[in-house]
Design a protein around this ligand. Structure first.
Ligand code: FAD
Length: 419
């Protein structure tokens, strides 16, 4: 089959790779001049298979005043004049119940474990150099209530296959000595041995290399913004780029991250995807022992750390502020201060690569896979804070749908209505 994939972020690239393995001819089209220039460029780098609990959880009600009025809150809300922002927020708040959060966690865990299985089984991908770090992940808690909640989540997830250990403060520091400077604000944590981290940009570059050989049936068209999807009834006839060219294929996969909503509207699809802005820093590691070896999540600040070769990746913030991708110096300063307090000697703090990206978030935190109401358009969108983690599994679901194989996860779990 001829297939056009719109978007060359980690979701589009893994989809192209998986479809090529099934023998399809694939064209990847992207408005950017190269792969992974959107949310996949410098994200938190976590392959966070066992940490998939959605942002929409019951604690949001408790934390709401802080998010709305706090100066240094990890989450921030700035009202815009779009009706869609309010519609999205109403659905998001409606999903902030314990029952909904647990149901979403179940679905995401299944997709995350599928992702891990697909990645681990892929010998060509395993051979790429993308700073793949398998040292596990430690999520530290700053108060007893947080630790009790984490313990309950560990017990809940153990029946779904997660292997996690609850540690006290001393055990956390023994596991990750670089945390000793903040021992006073840690009461304990959860260690998950099989969590991983890696560089999503280098993964995408590696996949492009794999798919670009002389005999390859995959073509990359960069610098071509898709202006609209050309729909006739229940079919797409093509995708029109800004210079007026039309790319035609037998089937199309929409994987345009946070821009997917706008593109969907051109074909009459109302995709509930809102951009949630985050920040990251990439720092050269100056002192090996002072930088964490395991991935660390600091739940007090809601900041994640991952070691990527000779660099430390730091990421955080969830700002509901529209599509503005500029770096707010105050938010960046907050992230730098928190990272510096946590791992003061890890870096000289002179050379920092700051970055922002937009998480393509659905209200419940579930991606939308497959179903669109247009027979030859498959959706692979709305992965929110977990797109890197879920990319290989999502690609597997899309490939199964196109090949007429049974879906490796229940399709209703990732429908438009479920998101
Ligand atoms: C600060 C931050 C930290 C994060 N940390 C993690 C993490 O630790 N682990 C994790 O799993 N996930 C993480 N995420 C989420 C993850 O980065 C995203 O879910 C993921 O990158 C989404 O991938 P994507 O391919 O769907 O979107 P993108 O990477 O945004 O790719 C979409 C592509 O579509 C292209 N495009 C858009 N519009 C058009 C158009 N009209 N025509 C042609 N091309 C178009 C864009 O140029 C872009 O290349 C984080 C995100 C942020 C912002």
């Amino acid at each position: 089959m001829d297939i056009v994939v719109i978007g060359s972020g980690v979701v589009g690239m893994t989809t192209a790779w998986r479809l090529a393995r099934d023998g399809h001819r694939v064209t990847v089209v992207d408005r950017a001049p190269a792969t992974a220039q959107g949310a996949s460029h410098a994200n938190g780098a976590q392959l966070s298979y066992s940490y998939v609990a959605p942002l929409a959880g019951p604690s949001v009600w408790f934390d709401l005043p802080k998010y709305l009025f706090g100066r240094n809150s990890p989450m921030r809300f700035r009202p815009t004049f779009e009706l869609f922002q309010y519609r999205w927020l109403l659905r998001f708040m409606g999903a902030c119940t314990q029952q909904e959060a647990l149901a979403t966690t179940d679905k995401l865990l299944r997709l995350a474990y599928l992702s891990r299985d697909v990645l681990h089984a892929a010998s060509d991908i395993r051979g790429l150099d993308f700073a793949w770090n398998k040292a596990g992940k430690l999520v530290v808690q700053g108060n007893a209530a947080g630790l009790a909640g984490a313990q309950a989540q560990v017990e809940y997830q153990s029946r779904l296959g997660s292997v996690q250990q609850v540690l006290d403060r001393d055990a956390c520091i023994r596991l990750e000595p670089a945390l000793k400077g903040i021992a006073h604000r840690i009461v304990g944590g959860v260690y998950t041995v099989d969590e991983e981290a890696a560089d999503p940009y280098r993964l995408c570059q590696g996949i492009e290399g794999l798919l670009s050989g002389d005999n390859s049936d995959v073509r990359f068209v960069y610098g071509a913004r898709v202006r609209r999807l050309l729909r006739s009834g229940r079919r797409l006839l093509g995708v029109e780029t800004a210079d007026g060219n039309v790319l035609e294929a037998d089937a199309y996969v929409l994987a345009a991250g946070a821009a997917s909503r706008r593109l969907g509207l051109t074909a009459g699809l109302d995709l509930p995807i809102y951009p949630i802005k985050g920040y990251s820093l990439s720092l050269p590691i100056a002192n090996d022992d002072a930088a964490p070896r395991v991935s660390v999540t600091d739940t007090e600040y809601k900041v994640v750390y991952a070691r990527l070769g000779a660099k430390l990746r730091v990421a955080g913030m969830a700002d509901i502020v529209g599509t503005d991708e500029s770096i707010d110096p105050r938010r960046l300063g907050q992230l730098v201060a928190q990272a510096r307090e946590t791992f003061p000697l890890a870096s000289t703090w002179q050379q920092m690569e700051p970055w922002t990206g937009l998480r393509p978030a659905t209200p419940r935190g579930l991606p939308i896979l497959n179903t669109s109401g247009i027979d030859n358009l498959l959706l692979n969108v709305g992965h929110g804070a977990l797109g890197f983690t879920l990319a290989f599994g999502s690609a597997e679901v899309i490939a199964a749908a196109l090949a007429g194989r049974s879906s490796p996860v229940p399709t209703d779990d990732f429908s438009l209505a479920a998101a």
